[in-house]
Write a protein that binds this ligand. Structure first.
Ligand SMILES: Nc1nc2c(ncn2[C@@H]2O[C@H](COP(=O)(O)OP(=O)(O)OP(=O)(O)O)[C@@H](O)[C@H]2O)c(=O)[nH]1
Ligand SMILES: [Mg+2]
Length: 301
């Protein structure tokens, strides 16, 4: 397992969340549009089973639009309301507001029937580290109320923010992804959900190059000017390394990432490529597709 989480924080976050969930009408579950399944946490189901949930897919600007389309269809077929957003420019936020009103409508209707003056929709944001929770709240509030940063674990405090008829809790609502396979951990790692220090970046690089060689070879060629891209199926680091070594060598030489004796510094290459992947520099990519689509992806190209 390449990834380690922090069970102490997890237990505390869960207690805080259980308490907060009771105060809201709708739970906004943020997932990363590039890995909408791996960036979920099944525990949220227990935490918020009685509350309507809105799935918000962050970083739609980095994801492959064809995949986002497929994910929306998959969520819809499961009767889950999902909205792709870009928290940096506000794309999708009007659909978020509409979605929240729709999901809270029944509850507000009941309150009004009881004669209670209650037209404000209360919501809270939950999601895994670095998924964009603070950016979402800031974009929602149209001002900076929550601290953001491209490192997991930035948010420390919480508060309510009100915009029109919607009130949002700026709670850290941190969920840790439940990692069931090494591949899931690696997808999370290359997406930026995991601190760099706690996984093997060369393994992350190898995993990414295998993935991209299969699904996005053009983006590798465009970004790194690679002359030859073998299609490599990811299994594990020692098995795939010999097959991707030439690619790493070529990237390292082109970028001048040489160490002692003119040998390519593989660790530097790993850091650089993963950073570029996390920042979306290579182009639109989605790391996992709904299963039915995955099977005939080539048909979609
Ligand atoms: N391109 C793009 N970047 C995003 C988007 N949402 C968030 N980011 C970036 O992702 C990084 C993390 O965002 P935060 O809002 O700090 O994430 P968080 O979930 O609050 O993180 P923690 O509080 O550390 O758990 C920041 O650098 C954001 O600018 C998005 O929709 N598109
Ligand atoms: Mg935050």
């Amino acid at each position: 397992m390449p990834v380690q989480w922090y069970p102490g924080h997890m237990a505390k976050a869960r207690r805080i969340m259980e308490d907060r969930v009771r105060q809201v009408d709708v739970v906004i579950e943020l997932v990363d549009a590039r890995l909408p399944l791996s960036s979920r946490n099944p525990a949220l189901q227990d935490l918020s089973s009685k509350k309507p949930r809105l799935v918000v897919m962050t970083r739609e600007d980095l994801a492959d639009p064809r995949a986002t389309h497929a994910w929306l269809a998959a969520f819809a077929s499961d009767d889950i309301l999902a909205v792709p957003v870009n928290t940096t420019n506000g794309n999708g936020f009007s659909q978020v507001r509409d979605g929240l009103r729709k999901l809270a409508a029944a509850k507000i209707q009941r309150a009004m029937e009881k004669g209670l003056q209650r037209s404000v929709v209360r919501a809270m944001v939950v999601g895994i580290p670095n998924v964009g929770k603070s950016s979402f709240i800031n974009q929602f509030a149209k001002r900076s109320v929550a601290k953001t940063g491209n490192k997991p674990g930035v948010t420390r405090t919480e508060q309510w923010v009100r915009m029109g008829d919607i009130e949002l809790l700026d709670t850290p609502g941190v969920l840790w992804p439940k990692i069931e396979t090494p591949e899931q951990g690696l997808r999370l790692a290359i997406s930026g959900a995991v601190k760099d220090q706690i996984y093997d970046m060369e393994e992350g690089l190898a995993f990414f190059l295998c993935f991209a060689s299969q699904h996005y070879p053009d983006l590798l060629i465009q970004r790194y000017g690679l002359s030859h891209i073998p299609v490599v199926e990811w299994t594990d680091l020692p098995t795939v390394w010999p097959q991707i070594a030439d690619m790493i060598e070529e990237i390292g030489r082109k970028r001048g990432m040489l160490g002692r004796g003119g040998v390519v510094d593989e660790e530097r290459v790993a850091k650089m490529v993963i950073k570029e992947v996390q920042d979306g520099v290579l182009g639109h990519m989605t790391f996992e597709w709904p299963q039915s689509i995955e099977d005939d992806r080539t048909a979609l190209r």
